[in-house]
Design a protein around this ligand. Structure first.
Ligand code: THG
Length: 368
């Protein structure tokens, strides 16, 4: 596939699109019916730069589903098997969202703004529709909509320094998955220490489309001597770090336990979760297949745009869903789903890529 995308109103622009284009974006993917940059200089140059400097990412595609009103807490707990009772305003939680069979509908970050107000920062599915359906079905008193909020991520080892220059030193005091309110040109924005990389950094939930480019420009200006550049979630880095991509590595057919997200489930105490009964069975027996880090030996693999079968001889024992050549580890890093009979670390398998068969090993852990 190497054709152009026709612009239209259905593919919404973001508050930062002008900056992304000026920085010379080379490729996009579509995510929540918006454009998400995937390459600026090259995936490998972007990777080295992310790990050594600081990048500014237009992740507006992480749309917010806002819940507000008296039944907000009750509705939030209906959506996820993670126990939210201990969650305080100012905290973010990574929350599996499941249907009545325990199937994953999304894997967003929940942002608790107040007891009666949340943002759900979604991955690539129409979660708003499910949330409205659940609320209507239970006649809950909650307002559900998509606010004019667009996340801008600042990621990389120099992100603390850059953010302090623009938002003040106190931004450095934020702990992981906590947020605060910070001023820029007289307006207040939520800033969290979070983001879709393992290099550290922040996410600015920019409120108001018109506030976007001034913040983008201020970050680019303040970070010149830090070698700041536009970036985007990096395929190689996120596979090394084991960060899952909904729609690629898992979908509605998978439970959180299959995705290795059992640590974010407290199904026993998540009273009200619509998938609770189904997940109690899964949690008791354990999954029969699970996400694993997979090393693929030999030559650089092609792009993974379909599932690649994982074979043990003639037996189909799983599949690879994401893969890339890692310059730092000098091997192909991958994410796969493997049947329990073959998921022990060290198990040697064959992977059938688009270009042929390559040897692969099931790893104990990801690369970071
Ligand atoms: N940030 C925000 N919204 C998002 C994403 C994000 N929405 C879409 C997508 N990313 C959702 N998926 C993820 C996947 C992983 C993480 C966050 C969102 C993540 N995981 C950490 C990890 O696995 O190491 C930490 C999880 C934890 O310990 O709580 O950060 O990136 N706003």
């Amino acid at each position: 596939m190497n054709a152009l995308i026709s612009p239209s109103r259905r593919l919404r622009r973001t508050p930062f699109s002008d900056g992304v284009e000026a920085a010379g974006v080379k490729a996009y993917t579509v995510y929540n019916r918006m454009l998400l940059p995937t390459v600026f200089r090259s995936v490998e140059e972007d990777y080295h730069h992310l790990k050594s400097a600081v990048q500014v990412w237009d992740v507006s595609v992480e749309r917010q589903v806002e819940l507000r009103g008296p039944d907000t807490a009750r509705l939030m707990q209906m959506l996820t098997p993670r126990d939210l009772r201990g969650m305080m305003p100012g905290q973010c939680y990574y929350v599996p969202i499941v249907d009545e069979t325990g199937g994953m509908l999304n894997d967003p970050v929940a942002v608790k703004l107040a007891e009666d107000r949340f943002w759900i920062s979604i991955a690539d599915t129409d979660l708003l529709l499910w949330v409205k359906g659940v609320a209507q079905g239970h006649r809950l008193d909650v307002l559900i909509d998509e606010p004019d909020v667009s996340p801008l991520a600042v990621q990389g080892p120099k992100s603390d320094e850059l953010m302090a220059r623009v938002f003040g030193d106190s931004v450095k005091d934020l702990r992981f998955f906590r947020f605060g309110w910070f001023e820029f040109q007289g307006r207040s924005h939520v800033i969290a220490r979070s983001g879709y990389s393992k290099q550290g950094g922040f996410e600015i939930y920019v409120e108001g489309h018109d506030a976007g480019m001034p913040i983008w420009n201020a970050l680019m200006e303040a970070g010149k001597d830090l070698d700041v550049y536009a970036g985007c979630p990096n395929l190689i880095e996120r596979i090394e770090g084991g960060l899952l991509s909904y729609g690629n590595d898992m979908n509605m057919e998978n439970t959180p336990h299959e995705c290795g997200l059992g640590r974010f489930c407290n199904t026993e105490t998540a009273i009200g979760c619509v998938g609770r009964d189904a997940l109690l069975r899964v949690a008791r027996d354990g999954p029969v297949r699970q996400i694993r880090a997979i090393e693929i030996h030999g030559d650089r693999v092609p792009g993974c745009d379909r599932l690649w079968p994982l074979m043990n001889g003639d037996a189909h024992v799983g599949h690879v869903s994401s893969a890339a050549w890692s310059p730092d580890y000098e091997t192909n890093v991958a994410i796969g789903m493997v049947r329990m009979t073959h998921w022990e670390p060290g198990t040697e398998l064959d992977v059938v890529t688009r270009d042929g068969v390559q040897a692969a090993t099931v790893k104990e852990v990801f690369w970071t």
